[in-house]
Design a protein around this ligand. Sequence first.
Ligand SMILES: C[S@@+](CC[C@H](N)C(=O)[O-])C[C@H]1O[C@@H](n2cnc3c(N)ncnc32)[C@H](O)[C@@H]1O
Length: 238
Amino acid sequence: MRERLRALGRRLLGERPLPLVDRLARGDARFSTFVCAAEYVNFEAVPGDVAEFGVFGGVSLALIAKALSFDPKGQQRKVVGFDSFEGLPASEEAHARWAPGDCAALHSAHPLAPTGSPVTPGLVRDLFARCGLPEPALEVGRFDATLPSAVPGRYPRLALVHVDCDLYESTRDVLEGIAPALQDGTLLLFDDWFHYKGRPDRGEARAFHEFLERHPEWGAAHYRSYATFCNAFIVHRR
Ligand SMILES: C[S@@+](CC[C@H](N)C(=O)[O-])C[C@H]1O[C@@H](n2cnc3c(N)ncnc32)[C@H](O)[C@@H]1O
C-alpha cells in the first residue's frame, strides 16, 4: 500500500522511480561499508577478485557488485558467489532463530519473487540483470565441495570476501578453502559476527579465531563494525 501511494505521489509530481539497485542500496545498512570496502581494496591495490559465501537471493552480492562498479579498477575484478541454494546445513551450535534448511526459500521481501519462493541461481542472475549489473559467476554447492576446485584454480587471489553463511562449520570451511588465495590486505567482511549474543566462541567469530590459531602466518587488523551484526578485518602476512 505504502509503495503504491509513493508511486502515485511520484506520478503526480512527474518523478521517475529510483533504479532498483539504488532502492536496494537505500534499504540496506551494509551498503556504505560495501562502498568503503571497494574503495579500500582499489586504493590499496590489493590484487584479486571478490567472493561472497552465502548468496541467498543475491541482494548483498548485487550491492557489492554495484559498489565495485563506481571505479574502473573495481570493475576489472571478478565477482563470484558461492552457495548451495539448499539453505543452512545442520550445525553443532544451536541458534535462537536458525534451523537447518532456512534460506532455501525466500523468507523476506525480494524485488523479483514472492516470499516462500525457492531461492535459485536463476533468481540471482535475474536480479543482476534487473539491476543493470554484469552476470556474476556462481559456484553452486556446499562450500567444502565447491571450494577445492574453485580456489586457487579459478580464483587464485582474493581481495574482498563477504562471509554471510551464519554458521561456525560453514565459516570454518570457507576460511580453510580460501586460505591459498589470501593476500596481504585481503578484507574479510563477516555478516554474522555478533550473532550468538556476541559470543567469541560461537559462529563466524569462533571460526575466524580458530583459523588465526591454525595459521600463525596470518594476522588480522580490525577494520570496522557495521550494521547490526557485522564486523570486518584486514589480514596481513606475518
Ligand atoms: C543468510 S543467507 C545469505 C544472505 C545474503 N548474503 C544476503 O544478504 O542477501 C545464508 C546463505 O548461506 C548458504 N550456506 C550456508 N552454509 C553453507 C554451506 N556450507 N555451503 C553452501 N552454502 C551455505 C545458505 O544456503 C544461504 O543461502
